[in-house]
Design a protein around this ligand. Structure first.
Ligand code: NAP
Length: 315
């Protein structure tokens, strides 16, 4: 089996980014031309496995099966749920995959699953034994150095509709002043995903490194182990939600579209259901006003750099 374990990096402080304060800044309009084909497929959802595209379908639609052998993708969160399907689809492009995992046993199992899901040329998958927050200094220079006008670099963060619960709690990321609230914590981390992508786009977009945030939809995955049985049961029984649930492979489609879709080449922005995400004032389940906050994004960036001990360049 061709698995190489490349690094074992000691963990810098593993801070889940946590934040507050909602300011409203006018979000930029996303001009994504010619993107209508996925809108109709999402118009009448019918539950997991319905006509909504899978991640692999996106790769096929983009004509990228086996076409990116000289490219590299790094997929975090790939040992469960949506990340596994994201990695499988990207593997099918022929690209070299780097999978940072905190649990090597799970990592080895997932590599086997990825490779056995693909019938084309078997190629390298590299496991990195790391914690997520030690990656920034490793990656940024590589992403910038490898960007070309023909193939700009892309960062894709996975957010959630739960970002609407709260903006990052800028005065109390770690709930040291206010009582811990798991939903606020999740909400702020999902807002922080968006703010990080916005800030990457602002700082590095002109240098060829772009960033998007995607919300995957509703997927039964490892994530629900964090909620109680009563909550899960309530979600299962919600009539309005029943048609909305997706398979993990469908949930990975928007991430993969952001990562390789021609429509997102050289762009930043927010995506949902394989479409540009609209603001809440324009559509139900649209993104919250605090999703764009230039000042807050800058503060979060600098604070995050401080937490993991890297310099915030580009100020
Ligand atoms: N499922 C949904 O309905 C849904 C909806 C909206 C947004 N999302 C977002 O989609 C993303 C993927 O979720 P999922 O549903 O696929 O969840 P999942 O099945 O629980 O997978 C989470 C992945 O992230 C890894 N991970 C979690 N915390 C980590 C940490 N501190 N350090 C390193 N790795 C860590 C896990 O690794 P281990 O295997 O080692 O635990 C696993 O690989 C998340 O960002 C989630 O917020 C999901």
């Amino acid at each position: 089996m061709n698995i190489r374990i490349l690094y074992r990096l000691s963990t810098l402080t593993r801070n889940i980014i946590r934040y507050a304060t909602v300011t409203s800044a006018k979000p930029p309009r996303m001009e994504i031309s010619g993107i209508t084909k996925y809108a109709s497929l999402h118009a009448a959802p019918n539950g997991p496995g319905d006509a909504r595209p899978t991640a692999l379908q996106i790769i096929q639609d983009e004509g990228l099966l086996g076409k990116l052998p000289d490219k590299v993708f790094l997929v975090t969160g790939c040992t469960s749920g949506i990340g596994v399907e994201t990695a499988k689809a990207l593997y099918a492009t022929g690209a070299r995959l780097f999978l940072p995992v905190r649990d090597l046993k799970k990592g080895v199992e997932v590599v086997e699953e990825i490779r056995s899901s693909y019938t084309g040329n078997q190629h390298a998958v590299e496991l990195l034994h790391v914690e997520l927050d030690s990656l920034d200094s490793l990656l940024k220079s590589t992403l910038l150095a490898s960007a070309t006008p023909e193939f700009p670099s892309r960062v894709v963060t996975v957010t959630s509709g739960a970002h609407g619960i709260t903006a990052p709690l800028r005065d109390d990321y770690n709930f040291e002043k206010i009582a811990y609230d798991p939903w606020k914590s999740y909400g702020q981390s999902k807002s922080a995903n968006i703010w990080m992508a916005n800030e990457i786009e602002r700082r590095y977009g002109s240098k060829g490194l772009h960033a998007t945030s995607v919300t995957p939809g509703l997927i039964w995955s490892g994530l629900q182990k964090h909620v109680g049985e009563d909550v899960k049961k309530g979600w299962e029984e919600l009539e309005d939600w029943k048609p909305l649930w997706k398979t993990a492979a469908q949930g990975a489609a928007t991430t993969v579209w952001a990562a390789v879709g021609e429509a997102w080449k050289g762009k930043g922005g927010l995506l949902s259901h394989c479409q540009a995400w609209k603001p809440a004032e324009e559509e139900k389940d649209g993104y919250a006003a605090h999703a764009f906050d230039e000042e807050g994004e800058g503060v979060l960036w600098r604070d995050s750099c401080g937490m993991v001990g890297v310099e915030a360049d580009g100020d």
